[in-house]
Every structure is written in structure tokens, then in C-alpha cells.
Write a protein that binds this ligand. Structure first.
Ligand code: NAD
Ligand code: UDP
Length: 337
């Protein structure tokens, strides 16, 4: 079984590469290293003990992508490649729509030309928009609040339509909740460029002394301690969800949506205090204004993935905090050391 991972050098893609190889799959990475570092390849080789097949290719570059498809016979594709920063997508909508949609179109065309019909897509809980009811189930209404989210929403629809038009296609739309953590080796992990947008990389950079203080965005939400509640999932659990989705697509056709989360809501303060306890490092913080666009609470109903994919998250919040810190402390400058 050979699987193409677009964006396979990135945070989630690299962890999924490891889990696929360890499950016995051949995985091939296509990445233009726009938001990742070629050093990850050596580290993947060290973790798996096997050479890594990868292409430094922009998925939107149809000619280059064609060459990749000519070199391999893929059984499935996992499409991680895309831009993912919400704030940046508001400032540069065209770049987001172009890269995220064009890469998907180029990939689908190459797949059709080469008879590849199994597609796993990196969607996001952001497609639930401002939904106020939790836990979020896959059948709840969708709608977005920023261009990044709309790219996910649109790509989901494109893939649904292709699966209707081509009944041999098998598509899994995976809606990720909040991935954090890193591989237990501490050699691969999330490596944001510049100031982190997300909570955990911010916490680890405060822990390392790179940033002085964390800002907690609001403590007046309608949640148990007033701070925002999210469904944090260990990136290795998330990666294993992709292995489960690939296995599922081998014997199914059509298009299915799956939430990949733990089903547990964790507040900002709970995450900070768990991190402090597990790693024995204080995280100084100030409570500041709410961040515009944030919702109070977001967590998954993850039961469909358990029933249908036979997958569920097993790593704990403590594991996530310990592994995030191991990665950060062993790689204070990320891959670019
Ligand atoms: P990432 O930025 O670490 O990985 C994405 C990878 O895609 C990067 O290595 C980047 O260089 C590559 N890439 C981007 N455009 C490309 C192109 N045109 N051609 C080739 N490579 C390209 O992001 P991630 O956190 O690993 O996320 C992976 C996917 O999951 C993304 O589609 C993201 O939107 C989605 N997602 C992420 C999260 C999250 O919190 N990390 C949550 C929900 C969904
Ligand atoms: N958050 C925070 N300080 C930060 C970053 C995030 O208090 O520096 C909060 C944010 O308001 C939200 C939670 O942490 O309640 C998770 O934010 P993140 O950006 O990681 O994920 P998202 O909001 O996109 O789900």
C-alpha cells in the first residue's frame, strides 16, 4: 500500500508519516517546505529507520505533480498541504483560496488521470463556525468566519461532489480539533515561524524563556473557570486517525465526515496548570481582553470515528503537555537550530 502525503513535512503530516510507516505502509511525501523545514526528512529517517521518499514540489504545480504520479502507484492520498493561519487568511484571502483550492484541484485531476480514488482530507472543526451547542457532531450545520475556514468548507464540498459523480471514489473528511503534543522521541514537532498563534506553542515558548508571559484571552466566558474550552488532541493520536481512515477507505466508497478529537473540553487555565504540574515549570500569565472571533467552547462528539473507524484518542492531556515540552526543550529554535 503506497500513500501520498501532500504537506507530509508539516506538523501533522510528519507525525502521520511515522505512524503509516510503522503500520507497514509505503508513504511518499510531497511538500514545498513553505511552512516546514527539509531537516524533518532526516529526523523521519531516524525515527523509522528507513529511507524517506520525498519530493520538493508545490502541489499546485501540475507538471511536477504529474511526475510524482508517474513514479509511483498510489493506493490513497492524504492531503495535508495548505496554508493554515486564520489571521493571515483574513489579510491575504486570495493567497489562501488560491493555494488551498488550487492544490486540491491539481491533486484531484492527477488522481483521476492515474486512477487513484481514495482521498483523506485535513479539514477542521473551524467549519462548525460559531456553533454554540456542544459536543459537535458531524451532522451539525457548518459555516465559517474567516477565509481559511471557508477554504476547508469549500474543499469539503468539492470532494463530496466528486464522490457523487464518481461512485468509485472513497473520501474521508477529517475534522481535526486542537492538535498539540509531539512525537515521544522529541525530534519532530510543531515549529511555528514567528510569534505563535496557538495556545500550546505559546505556553512552551514561555516555559523556555523565549517569551516572557502568556496572555489568556478572556476569563469571562460562560465556562467552568471563565476561560475558553477546547478539545486538545495529541498529534500522535491524530496521526493514527489517518491510518484508521486509510484502512477504512480500502473497503468503502462514498464520502464520510469524521470528527477527530478526544471528546473532552479543556479550559485555558486547565491546560496551563497541567503543563506546570507535569513539567514542573511555572507559566506566568496575564488575563487580557477576549480575542476577537473566539468562541467559548468547542469540543467533539468523537463517537462516529470510534464506531466506524475503530479509532479513538488514547493519549492524555499530561502526555500532550510532557511531549510538547520535550520537543520544545530539545529544539529551542525548532528545526532551524
Ligand atoms: P503545517 O503548515 O505544519 O503543514 C502543512 C504543510 O503543507 C507544510 O509543510 C507546508 O510547507 C506544506 N504546503 C503548503 N502549501 C503547499 C503546496 N502548495 N504544495 C506543497 N506543500 C505545501 O500544518 P499542519 O498543522 O501540519 O496542518 C496540516 C493540515 O491540517 C493543513 O491543511 C491544516 O489546515 C489542517 N489543520 C490543521 C490544524 C492545526 O491546528 N494544526 C487544525 C485543523 C486542520
Ligand atoms: N488562547 C489564549 N492565549 C493565547 C492563545 C490562545 O488564551 O496566546 C486561548 C484562545 O482564546 C482559546 C484557546 O486558547 O480559548 C485555544 O486557542 P488556539 O488559538 O490554540 O485554538 P483555537 O482557538 O483556534 O481553537
Amino acid at each position: 500500500m503506497a500513500i501520498l502525503l501532500t504537506g507530509g513535512a508539516g506538523y501533522i503530516g510528519s507525525h502521520t508519516y511515522v505512524e503509516l510507516v510503522q503500520a507497514g505502509y509505503d508513504a511518499v511525501i510531497v511538500d514545498n517546505f513553505y511552512n516546514s523545514c527539509p531537516d524533518v526528512i532526516e529526523r523521519l529517517k531516524a525515527i523509522t529507520g528507513k529511507p524517506v521518499t520525498y519530493y520538493d514540489v508545490d502541489v499546485c504545480d501540475r507538471k511536477a505533480l504529474e511526475k510524482v504520479f508517474l513514479n509511483h502507484t498510489f493506493d490513497a492520498v492524504i492531503h495535508f498541504a495548505g496554508y493554515k493561519a486564520v489571521g493571515e487568511s483574513v489579510a491575504k484571502p486570495l493567497a489562501y483560496y488560491r493555494n488551498n483550492l488550487d492544490s486540491t484541484f491539481a491533486l484531484c485531476d492527477a488522481m483521476q488521470a492515474h486512477g487513484v480514488s481514495r482521498f483523506v482530507f485535513s479539514s477542521s472543526a473551524t467549519v462548525y463556525g460559531l456553533a454554540e451547542t456542544v459536543p459537535l457532531t458531524e451532522t451539525m450545520p457548518t459555516g465559517c468566519t474567516n477565509p481559511y475556514g471557508w477554504t476547508k468548507y469549500m474543499i469539503e464540498q468539492v470532494l463530496r461532489d466528486i464522490a457523487v459523480a464518481h461512485p468509485d471514489w472513497a473520501v474521508a473528511l477529517l475534522r481535526y480539533f486542537n492538535p498539540i503534543g509531539a512525537h515521544e522521541s522529541g525530534t519532530i514537532g510543531e515549529d511555528p515561524v514567528g510569534l505563535p498563534n496557538n495556545l500550546m506553542p505559546f505556553i512552551t515558548q514561555v516555559a523556555s524563556g523565549k517569551l516572557a508571559k502568556l496572555r489568556v484571552f478572556g476569563n469571562d466566558y460562560d465556562t467552568p473557570d471563565g476561560t475558553g474550552v477546547r478539545d486538545y488532541i495529541h498529534v500522535v493520536d491524530l496521526a493514527r486517525g489517518h491510518v484508521a481512515a486509510c484502512r477504512y477507505l480500502l473497503s468503502h466508497t462514498g464520502c464520510e465526515v469524521f470528527n477527530l478529537g478526544t471528546g473532552l473540553g479543556v479550559s485555558v487555565l486547565e491546560l496551563i496548570h497541567t503543563f506546570e504540574r507535569v513539567n514542573n515549570i511555572p507559566i506566568p500569565f496575564d488575563v487580557v481582553e477576549r480575542r476577537p472571533g473566539d468562541i467559548a467552547t468547542c469540543y467533539a462528539d468523537a463517537s462516529k470515528a470510534k464506531t466506524v473507524l475503530d479509532w479513538e484518542a488514547s493519549l492524555t492531556l499530561e502526555d500532550m503537555c510532557r511531549d510538547s515540552w520535550r520537543w520544545q526543550s530539545q529544539n529551542p529554535k525548532g528545526y532551524r537550530a
